[in-house]
Write a protein of this length. Structure first.
Length: 272
């Protein structure tokens, strides 16, 4: 991908011009070569559904900071789980779990990983997998916010240290839940380019919400897709609603478009 800046036309507030720009950005960034340094490359290391679900969930859990350091640390977490995340979750002994120590990624530590493994184990035993729980809750509620709230409550029913709760955002407290939104994008969406997996077919792509971080938020505000200044759940709903104007069935396909342009600082106003 070339490094020239992308000019935002003065008419970008017009839906036609904005649609054209979003499609160009989507085509530029929604490609397998862009994900080589993206956390989604971690579940792409596996072919089994449950391996992908668990690897994806843990990679999304630590997805803050520099993308390359996220991928490096998430891959190290997978090695700590013998590079077989589903089997490790189901069968790791107390001795193996006790060996999960030290720093994993920034403030996410080995004891956090141990608590997360045990919580996922209980979900596997009770529901048949993370995806089965998400799909069941969506069919029951029809609301992604309700699904996120239910998932968090269920997840922390397993005994755990209270400090690890900060690693799973609470939509009930108004958090943007960027990492959960990103994880669901990976698991629900399917496109012809092989970026997302399309494993959870009971949840339609139209129900997804944009994973809103600093980069996507910056781009969305520059393009007039987001007016709210705070990156919280209300902002997520606002920007996702704006993107539905351009693709009602799959608004979150523009995620990499907004994130990539923001991360690389590629957008410039027409007078810049």
């Amino acid at each position: 991908m070339s490094g020239e800046p992308i000019r935002v036309p003065a008419s970008a507030t017009d839906d036609g011009a904005l649609r054209e720009l979003l499609e160009r950005l989507w085509d530029r960034y929604d490609r397998p070569e862009f994900i080589a340094d993206d956390p989604v490359c971690v579940p792409h290391r596996y072919t089994d559904r449950h391996d992908r679900e668990i690897a994806g969930f843990l990679a999304a859990t630590v997805a803050w900071g520099n993308r390359r350091s996220i991928v490096r640390d998430a891959c190290r977490m997978m090695r700590c789980m013998d590079d077989a995340p589903a089997d490790f979750v189901r069968h790791a002994s107390d001795r193996e779990l006790a060996q999960l120590t030290g720093a994993m990624h920034r403030t996410f530590r080995g004891d956090d990983l141990r608590d997360f493994v045990l919580a996922v184990r209980r979900i596997e035993e009770r529901f048949g997998g993370i995806g089965a729980l998400f799909e069941r809750e969506y069919l029951r509620t029809g609301s992604l916010a309700a699904v996120f709230a239910s998932f968090r409550r269920t997840f922390f029913e397993t005994e755990h240290a209270s400090r690890c709760e900060k690693h799973l955002s609470s939509v009930e407290r108004g958090a943007a839940c960027k990492r959960l939104c990103m994880y669901l994008r990976w698991m629900v969406r399917r496109d012809a380019r092989g970026v997302d997996f399309g494993l959870w077919q009971a949840i339609p792509p139209s129900a997804l919400r944009l994973p809103l971080d600093v980069h996507a938020g910056t781009t969305a505000r520059l393009l007039g897709l987001l007016g709210r200044r705070q990156n919280d759940w209300r902002a997520v709903e606002e920007v996702t609603a704006a993107l539905r104007r351009f693709d009602p069935a799959d608004p979150v396909r523009f995620d990499y478009a907004l994130f990539g342009a923001g991360m690389e600082g590629r957008l410039r106003g027409c007078g810049a």
